[in-house]
Design a binder for this molecule. Sequence first.
Ligand SMILES: Cc1cc2nc3c(=O)[nH]c(=O)nc-3n(C[C@H](O)[C@H](O)[C@H](O)COP(=O)(O)O)c2cc1C
Length: 217
Amino acid sequence: MTRPGVDQKGCFPEAFRAELDLLMRLRRDVRRFRTDPVDEAVLTRCLAAVSLAPSVGLSEPWRIIRVESETARAAALENFETANAAALADYSENRAATYARLKLSGMRDAPVQIAFYCDDETEKGHGLGAQTMPEMRRYSVVTAITLFWLSLRAEGLGLGWVSILDPEQMSRDLDVPQGWSLVGYVCIGHPERLSDTPELEQEGWEQRFAALPVETR
Ligand SMILES: Cc1cc2nc3c(=O)[nH]c(=O)nc-3n(C[C@H](O)[C@H](O)[C@H](O)COP(=O)(O)O)c2cc1C
């Protein structure tokens, strides 16, 4: 199959590759959002990337819930605040003081909020690749969120992943079917600011590896 811009060997042009690299470098986890709305057409375009993601056995186990109602948003925020307070209580002294300063969700401001679920019981894909490692279905959802994240970034939008949550409480609050598991609750909107450094690095919580930890066996 040939595509304009892709050469005979299947390589994309160098300028494109440089831009793809830049997109990956400038993707950030965003927790500080402006409150102005996100264009629905842009959101739809970015969500289309989910359907392009790889999935074990082509199971496409992602299930998407847009969290829109005041009640659902309030329950999600309360869920986060409870889990975050419990997490803080688990750290001691200096770590606790740093943790308390971090902003770990944009749930108060983000105009769009989506819960990504995995249907652990889907028959799509006929179990291929998931017999010994059923968690592969959830990892497939992670790959989809990653593509969505990059598409949003390319449109100037930010995504912030919130995992400081009680997933069972969230599933009750959102009334999801049995057999679905929460993979990621994501906040989306226009970022208040852009940065090429992870916020957790800026806040002194953690640093990126200086070198990739690759070993040989
Ligand atoms: C699976 C997953 C869960 C995460 N959960 C949270 C979270 O609950 N709160 C938060 O502030 N950031 C969360 N993050 C964002 C990470 O902190 C962030 O990706 C990391 O610090 C690197 O920063 P960067 O994404 O801007 O490169 C999560 C990221 C991933 C991939």
